[in-house]
Design a protein around this ligand. Structure first.
Ligand code: G1P
Length: 293
């Protein structure tokens, strides 16, 4: 099963981090020195993804600009002999023709956003990455999933999962654990439920923002049925597809950061800053000062 395309739903309003996201897309919030969207695109590239499909919306044009060449900037860096900066810009940009942008015209939910990518994806398995969530690890989360998928039958679907405390299960999609496979951390998903009321979750394994899905999911999303919160939920479509295809949970390695919340965003900045050899010592010194206050 070759996964060539990845879908990035980036039309969300980012209400959890207002006012930062009033005029700027949340996907452009910066972790250390890169926007969130760059991290997930890099994760997808590292996993071998060849085509990047962005489902955008109003006020998201700057995401498209971020992945374009900036001729004035390039020319200025060239004239000033700033080779290192030029290399960074070249490194971060996908190849010409390797990106598509489509629009979700109304905020109808994650399932609807993914459905908006159906024509660009076509009839092949694909990945979905939610840019709110970063996973700090090498290899990245999607690379680990693609490695797991290589050992599974064709027409398998995979979801990345990680444990959350029992008092947080109502904030996520949660899956029930079925048969465990010989592959480490991989199991058959027995059930899925989107944002179960407190005390009703089948486990504390939450669905994180990484999926490998078969194209048949689009037929189910086509029905546009509303679920939790009145939205068209991807989890509900996955429940539908699980009646005819198998879903596998992948307990990946790495630290997960929910950057769509203020506390998670701050924590991610610290974690990614501390992971950088050029910043670590100075940052540790600064943090020590605050912790002593
Ligand atoms: C979405 C999914 C949910 C998943 C979560 C991970 O929810 O619907 O199943 O657990 O992402 O971040 P959202 O955060 O969009 O409410």
């Amino acid at each position: 099963m070759k996964i060539r395309k990845a879908v990035f739903p980036v039309a969300g309003l980012g209400t959890r981090v207002l006012p930062a996201t009033k005029a700027m897309p949340k996907e452009m919030l910066t972790i250390v020195d890169k926007p969130l969207i760059q991290y997930v695109v890099d994760e997808a590239r590292e996993a071998g993804i060849e085509h990047f499909v962005f489902v955008t919306g109003r006020n998201k044009g700057v995401i498209e600009d971020h992945f374009d060449r900036m001729f004035e900037l390039d020319a200025t860096l060239e004239a000033r002999g700033k080779k290192a900066e030029q290399d960074i810009l070249a490194r971060d940009q996908p190849d010409a023709g390797a990106m598509s942008f489509t629009r979700q015209q109304a905020p109808l939910g994650l399932g609807h956003a993914v459905w908006c990518a159906r024509d660009v994806v076509g009839d092949e398995p694909f990945a979905v990455l939610l840019p709110d969530e970063l996973v700090l690890n090498t290899p990245g989360c999607l690379a680990q999933m693609i490695e797991a998928a290589a050992k599974l039958p064709d027409k398998s679907n995979l979801i990345a999962v990680q444990e959350v405390p029992a008092d947080q299960t109502h904030q996520y999609g949660i899956c029930g654990i079925g048969k465990r496979l010989a592959q480490r951390g991989v199991f058959e998903v027995a059930s899925m439920v989107e944002k179960p009321p407190k005390g009703t979750a089948p486990s504390n394994l939450s669905i994180t923002g990484r999926y490998i899905l078969q194209p048949e999911i689009f037929r189910i999303l086509q029905t546009q049925e509303r679920g939790a919160g009145g939205e068209i939920q991807l989890t509900d479509a996955m429940i539908g597809l699980s009646k005819s295809q198998t879903f596998y949970g992948v307990e990946f390695e790495g630290e997960r950061h929910d950057c769509g919340s203020k506390a998670g965003f701050l924590r991610a900045n610290i974690a990614y800053g501390m992971a950088r050899a050029d910043l670590r010592d100075g940052l540790r010194e600064e943090m020590r000062k605050y912790l002593e206050q």
